[in-house]
Design a protein around this ligand. Structure first.
Ligand code: MIC
Ligand code: SF4
Length: 639
């Protein structure tokens, strides 16, 4: 039986375990990336491990999330990141160099390599044929220490592409089609592997757009073959020496195959408040639009901006619309500056934003009350934009640009622009001067906002307390730990913990802390797909700091589950989903013999208030079970 591309890469990196879907395996990680919002904690954890120097092939520390710098915190974080990278041997990508995934694709990602990043959109590099996964900061710190990464060998879903995209239909519409089919939950421990003759019609940046938003389906990684388009992209980046051809064997067997005829796709949009809420743009046509934002790691490549500019050329944006454009990298910015694209954008009325995450993470550009915002980014979770009442739609650069002109949701196929001459350049402008190579000097700077990562206590004999909160389904990490204006507290856990569940229950931190200070263990009760979205381990660390010891959910997403285990919080799943209904917020709860239940994974939750005994399963691998007993991985490292 032939191998999938995914299993080819996994087998060449296998360190431990059997390569069979569903089995726990350990793989060697070649490359790591961090970004500033998760990076400070990751490097503090790396320091706490006492490893000294980076031991993997390539470690890059990007600064792209917190670049707004209101107050001293962001700038202090950057200084810490610069100096710690210098000491331990990581390359530092300064603020202004661009968004980690875009820059990594341009300058470092390679087919056949494994990449682990402390950001859920790390799978973007799957567009170049790299097995790239997102993880919590602690897992990335461990990978930097040369420790193999544990994952469940995934099931591989084949996505068979045929046909060619029609004009004004783009890679974004392809991934929105995938999201329409697979949804945002139920795809854990899965890899999407794209194959078929349609693949050769897509450039690497287009493939990267598709791989990027596989994260919204919750898959571990997305993979594209490495072919002549990959070689052309690497040549254009002066990196062709890293090229290897890579694809699945012709007789590779996929778990299931989803067919997509690229010629049949039309412009799509993800409607509020989920990337999986897909409608055709023509069904939304006519809705008044107030804001249009083009950028983010999904759609900020040179070609994306060229296409948007071609549609905007000779027009001015509608009076009711504010248009912002954030080039994904300094390379993209240099390219559009040189060839006049920037000029076209400015003349059309665009506000040129920094090459950074910016609006995507709600760091700025919050839309007006109850307004409509069209964005080319990947997440439209409730309140992520900074304006809970706003309606955020995710669209392609083509739909965004055309709607900016008309002032209403518009199908870009009605545009009269000619995009046919837009081609991938044979050479990009390459300027690596915003990367700083390490000099291994010990001059680490720590501002007052930079604290130590808190360490949990071993799992106690008695886990008794209250259901501090009960939440519904699809609770994202943005619900748990808001970003935007709160992002600057990422390196200060006690302060950041004051905002846990801010958008849904601002009194949670106070309640949880009170129970904690009374010596209780806190419980979170949740529906399905708890913790979807970002890799931010703060969504585990801050609740842990507030005394949470168990999350009892219908289901939990992969990266968040790993983060919970890493910090000694029990991820428990209801054996009978209906039992979720039995528990109310405020109920008094106790786990019967928690330490003794770890081995079998069979737990009983006693709802003392209802006098009900609820069977639960511990969602953890054998290794994670040991971690939970010790109260988290930082305790292991110290042992
Ligand atoms: C996001 O898109 O939500 C983020 C911000 O990039 C996160 C990481 C973070 O919370 O710092 C992610 O996707 O992992
Ligand atoms: Fe940055 Fe947004 Fe991409 Fe996250 S999704 S890495 S915030 S651009």
């Amino acid at each position: 039986m032939g191998l999938t591309q995914c299993y080819k890469i996994l087998s060449s990196h296998l360190v431990e375990g059997e390569l069979k879907a569903g089995e726990s395996i350990k793989i060697k990680i070649d490359q790591t990336l961090t970004q500033d919002a998760t990076g400070t904690m990751a490097y503090l954890e790396f320091e706490a491990m006492g490893v000294g120097r980076v031991r993997n092939e390539l470690a890059i520390s990007y600064v792209d999330h917190n670049t707004v710098q209101v107050g001293f915190e962001n700038a202090d974080d950057h200084e810490y990141l610069r100096t710690i990278a210098d000491r331990i041997g990581a390359i530092y990508s300064r603020a202004g160099n661009g968004i980690c995934h875009q820059v990594h694709l341009e300058r470092f990602a390679l087919p056949g390599k494994t990449l682990l990043g402390s950001d859920s959109h790390t799978p973007t590099a799957g567009g170049i044929g790299s097995f790239a996964a997102g993880a919590g900061g602690l897992d990335v710190a461990l990978a930097m220490a040369g420790i193999p990464f544990s994952i469940i060998a995934p099931r591989v879903v084949g996505i068979h592409l045929t046909g060619t995209l029609r004009p004004f239909v783009s890679a974004k519409d392809v991934i929105l089609k995938v999201l329409e089919h697979f949804g945002v939950k139920g795809n854990v421990n899965t890899v999407f592997e794209y194959f078929g003759e349609g693949v050769s019609t897509l450039s690497v940046p287009e493939r990267a757009t598709i791989a990027n938003m596989g994260a919204e389906c919750g898959v571990t990684a997305s993979l594209f073959p490495s072919d002549e388009n990959t070689l052309a992209f690497l040549k254009a980046q002066n990196r062709e020496e890293g090229f290897v051809k890579l694809e699945a064997d012709p007789d590779a067997v996929y778990d299931t195959v989803f067919e997509i005829d690229l010629s049949a796709i039309e412009p799509l949009a993800a409607c509020p408040h989920s990337p999986g809420n897909i409608k055709a743009v023509r069904e939304l046509a006519g809705i008044a639009v107030n804001q249009v934002l083009i950028g983010s790691c999904t759609n900020s490549s040179y070609m994306d901006l060229k296409k948007a500019a071609a549609i905007l050329k000779g027009h001015h944006i509608a009076p009711s619309v504010s248009l912002g454009v954030a080039p994904g990298s300094r390379e993209v910015l240099l390219m559009i500056t040189e060839d006049g694209t920037l000029d076209t954008l400015i003349k059309a009325g665009a506000r040129v934003l920094e090459s950074a995450c910016g609006f995507c993470i709600g760091n700025h550009q919050s839309p007006g009350t109850e307004s409509v915002s069209l964005r080319t980014s990947n997440r439209n979770f409730y309140a992520r934009s900074g304006t809970p009442s706003a309606n955020v739609y995710l669209v392609s650069p083509e739909t965004a640009a055309y709607s900016a002109i008309t002032g209403v949701f518009s199908d870009p196929r009605d545009s009269e622009a000619d995009l046919s001459a837009i081609r991938m350049p044979e050479k990009f402008i390459i300027d690596d001067s915003m990367f700083i190579n390490p000099s291994f000097t010990d001059h680490v700077k720590r501002g007052p906002n930079i604290g130590k990562p808190p360490v949990n206590t071993p799992l106690p004999e008695k886990v008794k307390g209250h259901a501090v909160i009960k939440v519904g389904e699809k609770i994202t990490t943005d619900h748990i730990m808001p970003a935007g204006a709160r992002l600057k507290y990422r390196s200060n856990i006690p302060r950041y913990a004051e905002f846990v569940f801010e958008s849904i229950d601002p009194s949670f931190p106070e309640r949880a802390a009170k129970y904690r200070d009374d010596g209780e263990c806190g419980f979170i009760i949740a529906g399905s797909s708890y913790g979807q979205g970002s890799s931010r381990e703060h969504a585990a660390i801050c609740p842990m700091y507030l005394g949470i010891r168990a999350v009892c959910a219908v289901s939990i997403e992969r990266i968040h589950q790993a983060n919970l285990c890493n910090f000694g919080i029990l991820p428990l799943l209801f054996k009978n989903e209906d039992d979720y209904q039995k528990i109310d917020q405020g109920d008094e709860l106790e786990l019967i013999n928690p330490r003794a239940s770890i081995l079998s994974g069979d737990f009983t939750l006693h709802d003392i208030s209802k006098d009900a005994y609820i069977p639960m399963t511990l969602f953890a691998s054998d290794e994670q079970k040991k971690t939970i007993l010790r109260g988290g991985r930082l305790n292991e490292v110290k042992e």
